[in-house]
Ligand binder design. Structure first.
Ligand code: F6P
Length: 546
């Protein structure tokens, strides 16, 4: 269904004219004028606290953004998603990752099928299997306990489970080491296999489609490596699969009893809540996996029911939309001040950029007069401070930041935690306040006046740079679940505002097809095709090096 173009709507135009004023605002002044700004522009739900007061906006901005969300039917689309309507229009699929974390008694049907029952029957199998591996009942083919789990998958079949296993490090089973092989680069597989013993290793082949070239190549290599010292019959104790494709799994030689299914209404980048999360259940235990799902469900309920003005994902999305559309910010930097969240920025890259990195509307019209998804990137604090924060403070682009921190640590080094939080809060303060030329002069007072004037422009910080801060008490399975769900729904809301289909990813196909052709040429299985001069030259150099 074709909506009127975003920029033609009354609420978008109201925002455009409001933005002419807002672009002149200094956040320092906004804080000085309103002592209640922090209380007014912060909100809390599902164990997460969001401070969005350090943005170049005010109550009117938010009211206008909420109007836009209403005019663009964001709440209607949200309800359609939760309801199981086929909102993934190019693949004719429902979008129901929320059903993966819904309680047993919640009735959700897709094409007449009760999917909650299906979800809970797979969860029961995950529980039985993960308990057996963890308590030493599931043994390798020579009777030894499993010590290493190697998850083979890529994209959503890798980034989610890997990020979550790292984030829940403190809950990890002491006997089990987790490994994640995703890259078709043989160095990745080589590094994992060099650390494990085939007699005590469990491989999880994780692929929604079970056709992804990298995963299939890695799975075959792992299988051959394993079969060097074991029989085909031994595979059943060491290889399990997570997929929607039973036929392909059988062909690969995995017993369907060792397959954990999921469904086409789960997008790859939204799949960590499904059996793709099996490494999490193995590593942290089923109980914590269930807490992780419950944390996400709590955020789902908040997203589904809270009014826009108090709704965390709506607010995060609207603020991001404002920064992108009206303040012209081309990227967003994610800064978790928590070492265990060090893969969170990479996870969000796929979530947001694969979802909303689109240039046509849901009706297929080219988007010509507004921007869609910004580049998402980042790394943990305080490391980033000593690398790229220079550009964030004094570069020519304005990059909004999301700071994420836990108020309490899971370690005993209290002084480290105070230092960590101090840095986190100091950075957002510095981005907001900046440092004026007069402040620099005052710092340098007493030095040679000519030298002071020479240094002033270099030492001045423009400030007025936007950031959000998300706080939780501890990083637990539940707060992590809520945090991921927060960003999933933020992504959903922004996709709805930009009128893009957030649930397909056709943009990854062209490179895949061309890579297949070139691979055959490099292996001498096909005559070199006519590529462009650069590609021909690169292929020739690679062939000459063989
Ligand atoms: O190529 C992109 C993609 O389809 C992602 O969306 C997906 O998460 C990844 O590849 C892996 O896909 P699969 O789980 O089917 O192997």
């Amino acid at each position: 269904m074709r909506q009127p173009s975003l920029t033609s709507t009354a609420s978008y135009q109201a925002l455009q004219s409001h933005a002419k004023d807002a672009q002149q605002w200094q956040m320092r002044d906004l804080f000085a004028q309103d002592p209640q700004r922090f209380e007014r522009l912060s909100s809390e739900a599902a164990g997460l606290f969001l401070d969005y007061s350090k943005n170049r906006l005010d109550g009117r901005t938010l009211a206008l953004l909420a109007n836009l969300a209403r005019e663009r039917g964001v709440e209607k689309l949200r309800d359609a998603m939760f309801n199981g309507d086929k909102i993934n229009l190019t693949e004719h699929r429902a979008v129901l990752h929320t059903a993966l974390r819904a309680p047993k008694d919640k009735q959700i049907t897709v094409d007449g099928q009760d999917i909650t029952a299906d979800v809970h029957s797979v969860l029961a199998r995950i529980r039985t299997f993960s308990d057996a591996v963890r308590n030493g009942q599931w043994l390798g083919h020579t009777g030894k306990e499993i010590t290493d789990i190697v998850n083979i998958g890529i994209g959503g079949s890798d980034l989610g489970p890997k990020m979550v296993c790292l984030a829940l490090r403190q809950f990890a089973h002491p006997r089990l080491s987790m490994h994640f092989v995703s890259n078709v680069d043989g160095h990745d597989m080589d590094a994992a296999l060099s650390r494990v013993n085939p007699e005590t290793t469990l491989f999880i082949i994780a692929s929604k489609t079970f056709t992804t070239a990298e995963t299939m190549m890695n799975a075959n290599t792992a299988r051959q490596w394993f079969l060097k010292n074991a029989s085909e019959a031994a595979l059943a104790k060491h290889f399990v699969a997570v997929s929607t494709n039973v036929e392909a799994i059988k062909k690969f030689g995995i017993d369907p009893d060792n397959m954990f299914p999921f469904w086409d209404w789960v997008g790859g980048r939204y799949s960590v809540w499904s059996a793709i999360g099996l490494p999490v259940a193995l590593c942290a235990g089923y109980g914590y996996f269930a807490d992780f799902l419950a944390g996400a469900h709590a955020l789902d309920e908040h997203f589904r029911t809270a009014p826009i003005e108090e709704n965390l994902p709506m607010i995060l999305a609207l603020v991001g939309f404002w920064n992108r559309e009206f303040l012209g910010c081309p990227s967003v930097s994610i800064a978790p001040y928590h070492q265990d969240l060090n893969r969170f920025p990479a996870y969000l890259q796929q979530l947001e950029m694969e979802s909303n990195g689109k240039r046509v509307t849901r009706a297929g019209d080219t988007i010509a007069d507004y921007e869609t998804c910004p580049v998402i990137w980042g790394d943990v604090g305080t490391n980033g401070q000593h690398a790229y924060f220079q550009l964030l403070h004094q570069g020519t682009d304005v990059t909004p930041m999301d700071f994420i921190a836990a108020l309490r640590p899971a370690h005993e080094f209290q002084n480290h935690h105070a230092a960590l939080l101090a840095n986190c809060f100091a950075q957002s303060e510095a981005f907001m306040k900046g440092k004026t030329a007069d402040e620099v002069r005052a710092d340098l007072a007493g030095q040679d006046p000519a030298e002071i004037e020479r240094l002033v422009p270099h030492k001045t910080f423009p400030g007025n740079r936007p950031s959000n801060t998300i706080l939780m008490e501890y990083l637990t399975p539940a707060t992590l679940g809520a945090l991921i769900a927060l960003y999933e729904h933020k992504t959903f809301v922004q996709g709805a505002l930009w009128d893009v289909n957030s649930f397909d990813q056709w943009g990854v196909e062209l490179g895949k097809v061309l890579a297949k052709k070139i691979e055959a040429e490099l292996n001498g299985e096909a005559q070199p095709a006519q590529h462009d001069g650069s590609t021909n030259g690169l292929i020739a150099r690679a062939k000459a090096a063989v």
